[in-house]
Design a protein around this ligand. Sequence first.
Ligand code: AMP
Length: 578
Amino acid sequence: MNKPLIIGIDLGTTNSEVAFVHATRPEILRDGDDGILPSCVGVDDNDRLIVGTKARNQAVAYPERTVLSVKRKMGEEKEIPLAGKSYTPQEISALILQELKEKAEKALGREVAHAVITVPAYFTDAQRQATKEAGAIAGLEVVRIINEPTAAALAYEGSNAGDDKRTILVYDLGGGTFDVSIVRIEDRVVEVLASTGDNRLGGDDFDDRIIQWLVRELKQNHRLDVTDNRAVLARLKSCAEKAKIELSRADTTRIEADHITEEIHLSVELTREALEEMIREDIDRTMRSVTKALRDAAVTPGGIDRILLVGGSSRIPMIARMLKEKLKIDPSKEIDPDLCVALGAGIQAAREMGVDTSGVLIDITPYTFGTSAAEINEEGLDPHVFVPLIQRNTKLPVSHTETFYTMVENQEVALIQVFQGEKQNALDNILIGSYQFDLSNSEAGSMITLQYDLDLNGILKLEAVEKKTGRKLNAVIDNVFACENPDRIRNSREKINGETSMGAAETPGKADPGTATIPADITGTLTLAREKLDNAAKEDQDEIIDLMEEITDAVEDKDFEKARAICDELEDLLFYID
Ligand code: AMP
């Protein structure tokens, strides 16, 4: 009997592809086309569901009958209206997956029921689950979900087998998501050292900035307000994207749209320079993520051998320019940024089928996991100190054991809690498991060991052992990578806490933040700046001091958002100082 085939799928925000390893090379599967399927779903004039190019082509004329960028909605509960009916994001994605499955079956001449699907590194559990569910709806068992930058690196490794050790920066900017990863390849082993990003940033945002500019143009020059006109906005979206893509090649372009109203025709010129101004803040944000990824991976900018560009939006020339300025090397152009991820998914699919693809993929945990313990310090008893057992960016699988001691005489139970996060106060992290461990009423100071084992599939096994009696507690938590995006939750929590405590400390007419009310990340940056100040060159010292003062001013004004923005700038500067 034939072994079941497994295909590799890049389910992108804008486009999707399917790949398969033939002999030793991954190939994009085609059906008389270029293999790129627009991730669009629509309903045609005859009320039939349509997928891909057809759906994309009707998007301008029938926005109410077309769904674009559904990937941005994955994991959300809200249904998507489409021509009088409503669908879950999984259902819409399943239609795209079904199309890819059929394409693969035609190309391979066999039924396909298994797939590896890629997702952005920072997709939450809900989003990963929704992706799996979409596969199931489409009749595909998702045997593995892998992160997009990991897949890209695999594709790169495949085309450079035999090369020496190198450290690669994967910069992946697509239609709706951004990831940057530091990947090390050595002896054909691919290892992801760090990964960070923003799952709400991409080419769609750049289109939006151009649309906003066009809306303003229409208001100023034609006294026409199209803010609420969906049909016109959809047309402007298409014009904006076309112009944006053209400006990756040319210095100027003309945006033209006839009959916005009966007598109004839009015709304006947009330069690359103007577009760069519109999106500069977004691109700066991606560059700050690059710095963060380097820092997380403990790699200096000079330690990067290659820059790999992935995703359609990475073709914007400003990005290569800024990366070159930052890392002093030109980004590689060997692999098509649109196909890289799908090719890597194809390689992983081959591995799942037991095909020898020489390189070995090592994944990392994107989150820190730990427990809560009581601690007595100078200020008294702190009942919820976070003790990390597995640190973010550690290679998987990983196992770690810590020893704890009971606090009181005749202690009957110990509460073993599992948290995901990095905050010192365990309660500020996300609780993902809580277990009562019955003890043998022994004296205070009895030893308990706690072991966490985390595997590649996000299964966390926990074992607590009471040393004296050998009594054990075992627990398994599935899908620990499926928790909510910790950064977002952390930021919201800090925002709320910051505002509440500031409110309490405030006296009328006077804002006195006091160190206790400054969020920890901001104090952290200020402390780091003080530590590094002496080692900085004179001109850097002046700039550091200026930025520190600006941060303090922003904190005094209770403008934490501004303070954090300046912190980012300061951290960029500090990164280059020992
Ligand atoms: P992806 O999600 O990787 O398929 O990327 C799609 C995004 O890339 C869309 O926002 C496209 O408009 C954008 N894109 C594709 N080609 C280019 C280009 N040459 N210049 C700028 N953006 C592009």
